[in-house]
Write a protein that binds this ligand. Structure first.
Ligand SMILES: O=P(O)(O)OC[C@H]1O[C@H](OP(=O)(O)OP(=O)(O)O)[C@H](O)[C@@H]1O
Ligand SMILES: NC(=O)CC[C@H](N)C(=O)O
Ligand code: SF4
Ligand SMILES: [Mg+2]
Length: 478
């Protein structure tokens, strides 16, 4: 029942400008966070929603801009986590007079359905966002304000959220969960006196807005005709910013918790080269696209030539898409099948191939096969994220152990080294090395204890649970 990482945006213009074109630009800039569906909501209307990429709706942009004209709006790009990847579950969702866009996972949505009533839970039909929104609206009718409702919901729910809301009374709200699992920033555009809240600063750059700051974990922002207001609905001090954002999810141009993602990835590569100094390598190549900055950092640190040895086929059916966030395994395989090696770069060489993560192993299996076909003499693979052995319940789409490449399934306890060796054999590399949490946090320049590493450590204390691992079939009903 757990996968996530959508992109959310909320915009309010104090000068009364029509913010719809800005929402569209922001959603396009957040496309890497969700490629299944997108939508926009304004006060007093049902949300506008479409399946597919934002760019595929280009023919309707003018019409949407006219028909949904508003100085207050929210938007969403979806990477489905609970509930089918269909139009009904696409976001924003509307409950009474509140529209909501959600990045995150409410992993105990099943439990919460008991509190909202009228909903029969099955992993196929439930949308955690809808359950959370229904619960919030109920809590608001009992307790008055959104801040009060969030301070209750945070104790009832397990998981993570960054919400943007637009209400029929013409206000935009944004809230970030108390641990700050998912990213969220506040921006401002001077020329039309407009505040923007978005998952990443890439969305601000896309519309010529300035980054003001990160939204604080546990903070609720309200933007209305009287301006910007902030209140804290939680006083939590121990944060758990998702470390996976820094290696894979976020856009390289974004600034997150004060660090630019491209530069952070380059440093992660440099630090990884100190951990695995493969001095007899002939070339260093990235797995396109997200590992590029890390591979560059790795190569520069080691003094080994950086080359582009693999290219994504951007003309194939799913060519421009990210494979990992596709909902179906067949599409993940298809995207990786069309990564083309350059034989003249690879042939006869000891290649260090750098990737940002090894989760289900779909990508590495395909990549190493392609490098062998292109005549690589030796293949060493280094991964900028630590070994993933445990499901994520706070943000990314691997809700079960059985879908992970590290899962051995025989009930025996394996050491990290033994698992690395098994995975190495499975993907067909000559060497496999994973980063570790300490090295990764040091490269980003953050305190390791303020970051989430649950999927590698198995320590679920930040979520306050001791999970009973389920299979993907049980969790997703697939
Ligand atoms: O082990 P896996 O389950 O295959 O997942 C990890 C791979 O998937 C991601 O790439 P993706 O194809 O999503 O796109 P990108 O690198 O171009 O962003 C990630 O960068 C790894 O390459
Ligand atoms: N990726 C997300 O953050 C998804 C939000 C929500 N859980 C959904 O399934 O739609
Ligand atoms: S468990 Fe892993 S993927 Fe999930 S939020 Fe934590 S670091 Fe990110
Ligand atoms: Mg990749």
């Amino acid at each position: 029942m757990v996968k996530e990482n959508c992109g959310v945006v909320g915009i309010f213009s104090l000068d009364g400008a029509n913010v719809i074109p800005m929402v569209i630009d922001a959603l396009r800039a957040l496309q890497h966070r969700g490629q299944e569906a997108w939508g926009i909501a304004v006060p007093k209307k049902q949300p506008y929603k479409q399946l597919g990429l934002v760019s595929s709706g280009v023919a309707d942009f003018d019409k949407v801009t006219r028909e949904y004209e508003s100085s207050a709006a929210i938007g969403h790009v979806r990477y489905s986590t609970m509930g089918k990847s269909n139009l009904e579950n696409a976001q924003p969702l509307k409950v009474k007079d509140l529209c909501v866009a959600h990045n995150g996972t409410i992993s105990n949505a099943e439990e919460l359905t008991g509190m909202v009533g009228g909903c029969t839970f099955t992993p196929q039909n439930v949308s955690d966002t809808l359950i959370a929104a229904q619960r919030l609206v109920t809590l608001m009718s009992e307790n008055g304000k959104l801040g009060n409702a969030l301070s209750i919901l945070k104790n009832e729910m397990v998981g993570s959220f960054c919400f943007t809301f637009v209400s029929d009374d013409n206000s935009v709200y944004a809230a970030r969960d108390p641990k700050g699992f998912r990213p969220m920033v506040l921006g401002y555009r001077k020329d039309n006196n407009t505040y923007i809240v978005a998952s990443e600063s890439a969305a601000l750059s896309a519309m010529g807005a300035q980054l003001v700051r990160d939204v604080k974990p546990g903070e609720l922002l309200k933007i209305s005709p009287t301006g910007l207001e902030s209140e804290m609905f939680s006083q939590e001090k121990k944060y758990a910013h998702c470390s996976f954002e820094f290696t894979y999810f976020a856009h390289p141009s974004s600034v997150m918790e004060g660090s630019n993602i491209y530069l952070a990835r380059k440093r992660i590569g440099q630090f990884l080269a100190r951990k695995f100094a493969i001095k007899d390598a002939d070339i260093v190549i990235p797995v396109p696209d997200s590992a590029r900055p890390a591979a560059l950092g790795y190569a520069q640190e080691l003094g080994v030539p950086f080359e582009e040895g693999l290219l994504k086929d951007r003309y194939s059916r799913k060519g421009p898409l990210r494979s990992f966030i596709e909902p179906h395994q067949s599409d993940r395989v298809e995207i990786n099948r069309w990564i083309i090696p350059i034989t003249q770069v690879i042939s006869g060489k000891h290649v260090v191939v750098v990737d940002d993560s090894l989760v289900r192993g779909t990508s590495s299996k395909a990549i190493i096969k392609a490098l062998r076909r292109a005549g690589a003499r030796k293949i060493s693979m280094v991964i900028t994220f630590p070994q993933i052995q445990f499901p994520c319940y706070a943000g990314i789409d691997f809700p079960s152990q059985d879908e992970l490449v590290t899962y051995m399934g025989d009930g025996r306890k394996y050491s990290e080294e033994e698992i690395t060796e098994k995975v190495r054999q499975l993907i067909g590399a000559d060497f496999l090395g994973y980063n570790d949490a300490k090295n990764l946090a040091a490269a980003v320049g953050m305190d390791e204890n303020s970051m989430c590493f649950t999927c590698s450590s198995g320590d679920y204390s930040t979520l306050g649970i001791k999970p009973m691992f389920k299979t993907r079939a049980e969790v997703r009903g697939e």
